[in-house]
Design a protein around this ligand. Structure first.
Ligand code: ADP
Length: 541
C-alpha cells in the first residue's frame, strides 16, 4: 500500500494545470500593461497591445480553420509578428514551425510538405524562394504576407497581409490551455548536413521550463531589454521569445545582426541582454572602430551554437560585455548546459578566465542529469579532463522526438539518455568540455585529436581571423590534422611554417596540423557552423 502522503492526494485541476509559456504573455499584460513590449524601427507596442494582437491573431487563425495539431509555418526575420506567432499558434493547440530563412527553396518545400503546414507566414524579403518553395508543395498552405515597413523591395505573394488577417480577429478571444503539458508546441528542423533535415518536436512543458531556465541561467531581470541578434527561427530563438516575455521585458527587434544596428541599439534602447553565435561576436569584435558606440548600462551576451574560442570571450569582455557560455542542440530546446561562473575566476588573469569560460559547463536548471560516457555501454568516463566520451543528457528540456521518424527517435534516446553526438571530456570540477562532434574528431595513429583544441591554439595567433581543422587521409597515420585558415585584414603575411611553429609552442607534436591551407573564406551553414564535410571533400578531391 502507498504511504499516507500518496493517498487521496492525487493531482486535480486546481493544482496541476498544464505548464505552458502562453501564460507568460497573459501575465506580462496583467503585470505591466503599459510597459514597452516591442520596439521595431518606429513601432512601439505595450504588453497590453501585444497581448491583444496575439489574441486577435489566434482568433483570426481559428477563423481560417487552424485547429489543434495543425502546423503553422513561419519564414520570418526577427520582427514583432514572429514574436506574436510564438503565442498565438499555441493558443489554438497548433504547432509553430519557424523556418530557417537562409535555406534553399527545395529544403523549404521539404519542410512544408513533411510538416503538413496549413498556413505559411512570409516576408517580402524572401518572396522569391517562398514562391518557389510553395510551387513544389503537395497541398498549398494559406499564405500570409508580413508587409514590414522596415524592409524595402520584394513582393507580396500571399492571400492576404498579416494586418488584414488581424482585422478579422477578435481581441476577446478565449484561448484554451493545452490538454496536457506534453502537447506539442513547436517543430524545428535540424540543419540536415547529410540527407533530409529531421523535424524536432517540442512540448509546452519543455518550452515553459527552458524559458525559465534561461531567465535564471542568463540572469534576466524583470523588464530586461533584449536585443534580437539571434534568429527567432533557431530553436525558437533558443526559447527567448518566451523567456523575455516571462520577465515582461522589452523585445528589441532586428532584421539583421549587423554591427552598426547592434551598437546603435545598445546605445539608443539601453539593451541589457542579447544572444549570438560566436561568429556574430567575432563580427562585433572586429567591427570598424567608428561603428562601436559607447553604452552606459551593463550588457550581457549569451553565446553558444558552436564553441566560442577563449580568445573571443576575452575580447568581448575587454569591450565591456559580460559573456555567458551555453551549449545545446535543437533537440534540447537550445541551451541545456551552462558554464556557471565560479567566484574565484574573477581573480584569474583574463586569458585563464576566458579559458575556464570556454568550457561548456554543467546541466542547466531544467536538465536533470548529464554524463560523459562510452556511447555503447553508457558507462561514465573518468572525471580527469582527459578521457573522451559522448555527452549524454536527460531532462524535461529534451525534445519529444523526431516527427514521423520513430527509428531515429529510438536511436537518439537509447538507454534512457539523449545522445548528443558530441564528444567531450569531464573535468574533476564536473564541467564538461566539448572536444568535437563525433564525426569531426581526428584519429591519428590511434590517438584522438580534438579539432576544437587545435583551432583554439590557432585562434591564439594574432593574425588568424578564423580556423577550421579537419582530418586529412594519411597512409601511415590513418588521419592527420589539416588546418584551413583565414587571415585578419591588414595582418602581416603568414607562411605555413609560421603557423606550424606557432602550433609547436601550444600543442603536442601529433596534434600539429601537417598541412595549412590559407583561404579567403570558410564554408559555413546558415546558422554559422563550420561545414567541415565540405573541407574534407575538398581535401579528398
Ligand atoms: P544542427 O542542426 O547544425 O545540428 P544545432 O543548433 O542543433 O544545429 O547544433 C547543435 C550542435 O552545435 C551541438 O551538437 C554542438 O556540436 C554544437 N554546439 C552548440 N553549442 C556549442 C558550444 N557552446 N560549444 C561547442 N559546440 C556547440
Amino acid at each position: 500500500m502507498e504511504n499516507m502522503f500518496e493517498q487521496d492526494l492525487d493531482p486535480v485541476e486546481a493544482n496541476s494545470p498544464a505548464l505552458t509559456p502562453i501564460t507568460f504573455v497573459q501575465r506580462a499584460a496583467l503585470a505591466h500593461p503599459k510597459r514597452t513590449a516591442v520596439i521595431h524601427g518606429d513601432i512601439r507596442r505595450t504588453w497590453q497591445e501585444t497581448y491583444q494582437r496575439c489574441l486577435k491573431l489566434a482568433s483570426a487563425l481559428r477563423k481560417l480553420g487552424v485547429k489543434k495539431g495543425d502546423t503553422v509555418a513561419a519564414l520570418l526575420p526577427n520582427i514583432p509578428e514572429m514574436l506574436e506567432l510564438h503565442f498565438a499558434v499555441p493558443m489554438l493547440g497548433a504547432v509553430l514551425n519557424a523556418q530557417n530563412t537562409r535555406l534553399d527553396a527545395k529544403t523549404m518545400t521539404f519542410m512544408l510538405n513533411h510538416g503538413k503546414a496549413s498556413v505559411f507566414f512570409t516576408d517580402r524579403e524572401y518572396c522569391e524562394r517562398a514562391r518557389e518553395a510553395l510551387a513544389g508543395c503537395d497541398a498549398k498552405p494559406k499564405v500570409i504576407d508580413v508587409d514590414d515597413p522596415q524592409f524595402e523591395g520584394g513582393e507580396l505573394i500571399g492571400d492576404m497581409t498579416y494586418e488584414a488577417l488581424l482585422q478579422t480577429g477578435d481581441a476577446s478571444f478565449e484561448w484554451t490551455p493545452p490538454a496536457h503539458e506534453h502537447q506539442s508546441i513547436a517543430l524545428n528542423y535540424t540543419s540536415g548536413t547529410t540527407g533530409n533535415p529531421k523535424g524536432v518536436v517540442y512540448h509546452h512543458r519543455g518550452a515553459f521550463l527552458s524559458a525559465l531556465s534561461n531567465v535564471v541561467g542568463f540572469g534576466l531581470p524583470d523588464g530586461a531589454v533584449y536585443l534580437w541578434t539571434l534568429p527567432m527561427f533557431h530553436c525558437n530563438g533558443w526559447c527567448y521569445p518566451w523567456a523575455v516575455t516571462a520577465v515582461a521585458g522589452t523585445h528589441v527587434c532586428l532584421r539583421q545582426p549587423h554591427p552598426r544596428p547592434v551598437f546603435e541599439a545598445l546605445e539608443q534602447h539601453g539593451v541589457t541582454h542579447f544572444c549570438a553565435a560566436p561568429i556574430v561576436l567575432n563580427m562585433l569584435i572586429n567591427a570598424p572602430a567608428e561603428l562601436k558606440r559607447p553604452f552606459g548600462q551593463q550588457v550581457t551576451a549569451a553565446t553558444g551554437g558552436a564553441a566560442p574560442p577563449a580568445a573571443t570571450i576575452e575580447a568581448m569582455e575587454a569591450m565591456g560585455i559580460k559573456v555567458v557560455h551555453l551549449y545545446g542542440l535543437t533537440e534540447t530546446y537550445g541551451p541545456s548546459v551552462v558554464c556557471d561562473f565560479q567566484d574565484e575566476w574573477h581573480y584569474l588573469p583574463s586569458k585563464q578566465k576566458a579559458q575556464k569560460m570556454s568550457r561548456q559547463g554543467i546541466p542547466s536548471l531544467t536538465m536533470s542529469d548529464m554524463r560523459v560516457a562510452d556511447p555503447v555501454t553508457l558507462e561514465p568516463v573518468a572525471r580527469d579532463g582527459q578521457s573522451i566520451g559522448e555527452v549524454l543528457v536527460r531532462g524535461n528540456s529534451v525534445m519529444k522526438g523526431y516527427l514521423n521518424n520513430p527509428d531515429e527517435t529510438r536511436k537518439a534516446f537509447a538507454g534512457g539518455w539523449f545522445h548528443t553526438g558530441d564528444l567531450g571530456v569531464w573535468h574533476p570540477d564536473g564541467y564538461v568540455e566539448i572536444k568535437d562532434r563525433s564525426k569531426d574528431i581526428i584519429i591519428s595513429g590511434g590517438e584522438n585529436i580534438s579539432t576544437l583544441e587545435v583551432e583554439s591554439a590557432l585562434y591564439n595567433h594574432p593574425a588568424v581571423l578564423e580556423a577550421a581543422v579537419v582530418a586529412a587521409p594519411d597512409e601511415h597515420w590513418g588521419e592527420v590534422p589539416c588546418a584551413f585558415i583565414t587571415i585578419k585584414q591588414g595582418a602581416d603575411a603568414l607562411s605555413e611554417e609560421d603557423v606550424i611553429a606557432h602550433c609547436r609552442d601550444h600543442l603536442a607534436g601529433f596534434k600539429i596540423p601537417k598541412r595549412i591551407v590559407f583561404t579567403p573564406e570558410l564554408p559555413k551553414t546558415s546558422t554559422g557552423k563550420l561545414q567541415k564535410h565540405v573541407l574534407r571533400a575538398q581535401l579528398a578531391g
